[in-house]
Ligand binder design. Structure first.
Ligand SMILES: [Zn+2]
Ligand SMILES: [Zn+2]
Length: 404
């Protein structure tokens, strides 16, 4: 049976019923009241957008006030308010209007902006409504028209219902109406370390859809914590920890550089050089190139002794990966380490593994900080969560467990 941890699995709509109550009073005057009722045991959240009538094009997000408070902004002429329910986890599926990437998160904000986790586009949340949402909005408006066209006798009333409950509960996949929308689980689910918001994205790394904060640091810290535990439990050899830590660091840095490449216009020659960057060699041109191109300074605040240690460990990674741990000429020449001769089997220490796991996060943080100076973060989600919860949300990072 599919579980929530599965990739690309449908998550049902939260259910509930959108209603249009039409009433014809004794004088023959017609009135209509739109509403929504829900009794689902699963989480349910509600948003409102304004859409044009009769076409059903969304034009604005709506901030719903409390009881008796007006919607903000006021409804534009030629539009009507449409209520949409979340998925049955209380989250929202979104699709980027630029890169078309699909993602879920815990908020469809009426406040600008929402951020695409994949391409970084910041835009109004209603721009991220999916095609399925658009079909529902059209159906909502056509049901409204059906209701106002109702032929009622004076003193009678009638309710028109869009029954999402019945469809969501039936579990029926075939023959269900086109206006039904559900969400789809992605691959990496995380609560943003900065604003606490839930995100579910394809792949591993991306921006928090709420505050725009890149999740690389949180992801790396999780990997490093597992590796650290492996050293302590003696379930992972120090050599393996070195290889895996550097590999994860390299992948995360290259992911950040790919974002810079795709978001900052540059000459083809620089693009080509950036394609070749690797982050597991202190001697390579990578660190200088990244600093010159973007003022991203990986080694900021790292003293020369630690740089020497990094040089040695990154060369050791090369030996563990490519020479079964046996020191070769390259190692002896480049590592600055004279404790091993060519042909010796390098014996890695737990102490070195721990030190490396403490040093790589400093470089990763440098990349993160400089990156977000270039691409500033959205402030309101942080305040929003502090106000709502009275504290910063607990840091959580989780993703689909790899099954054997
Ligand atoms: Zn995008
Ligand atoms: Zn965030």
């Amino acid at each position: 049976m599919a579980t929530y941890n599965d990739d690309f699995t449908e998550i049902a709509h939260c259910g509930g019923q959108a209603t249009f109550a039409v009433r014809c009073d004794e004088d023959g005057q017609m009135s209509i009241a739109a509403g929504f009722r829900g009794s689902s045991p699963t989480p349910m959240a509600m948003i409102t957008v304004y859409a044009t009538v009769p076409q059903g094009f969304p034009v604005s997000d709506v901030r719903m006030g409390g009881i008796g408070q007006a919607f903000e902004p006021p409804c534009p002429e030629g539009c009507m308010a449409v209520f949409l329910g979340s998925d049955s986890h209380g989250n929202w599926g979104h699709q980027c209007p630029r890169c078309h990437g699909y993602f879920r998160n815990g908020n469809h904000p009426a406040i600008y902006p929402l951020t695409c986790p994949y391409c970084g586009l910041k835009s109004h949340a209603f721009h991220f409504l999916t095609k399925a949402h658009a079909r529902y909005i059209k159906h909502y408006i056509s049901t409204y028209y059906e209701a106002i066209d109702a032929d009622l006798k004076p003193g009678t009333e009638k309710e028109f219902i869009i029954d999402m409950d019945a469809i969501a509960k039936s579990g029926e996949r075939e023959n269900r109406p086109e206006f039904y929308y559900a969400s789809e689980s992605q691959q990496t689910r995380f609560n943003c370390q900065r604003c606490g918001e839930f995100n579910d994205i394809r792949g591993l790394y991306g921006y928090c859809a709420s505050c725009g904060c890149r999740n690389n640091i949180a992801g790396l810290n999780e990997i490093f914590a597992q590796l650290r535990k492996g050293v302590v439990d003696k379930t992972t050899s120090p050599e393996s920890v070195v290889s895996r830590a550097v590999s994860a660091f390299d992948a995360s840095c290259r992911d950040m550089i790919n974002q810079l490449k795709s978001r900052i216009p540059m000459k083809p020659a620089r693009l080509k050089r950036l394609d070749r960057l690797i982050f597991h060699d202190v001697e390579s041109t990578t660190i200088a190139e990244v600093k010159a191109a973007f003022e991203v300074d990986l080694l900021r605040g790292i003293d020369s002794q630690t740089v020497a240690f990094l040089r040695m460990m990154l060369e050791r990674r090369h030996v563990y990966e490519h020479n079964a741990g046996v020191a070769d000429e390259r190692y002896v020449e480049r590592s600055g380490d004279d404790s091993w001769r060519v042909g010796d089997l390098i014996r890695e220490t737990e102490q070195n593994a721990h030190r490396l796991l403490s040093t790589l996060p400093i470089m990763a943080q440098n990349v993160h900080d400089d990156f977000h100076e270039i691409f500033p973060l959205t402030e309101w989600p942080v305040r929003y969560f502090e106000e709502r919860t009275g504290r910063r949300k607990q840091k959580v990072w989780f993703r689909k467990e790899q099954s054997a």
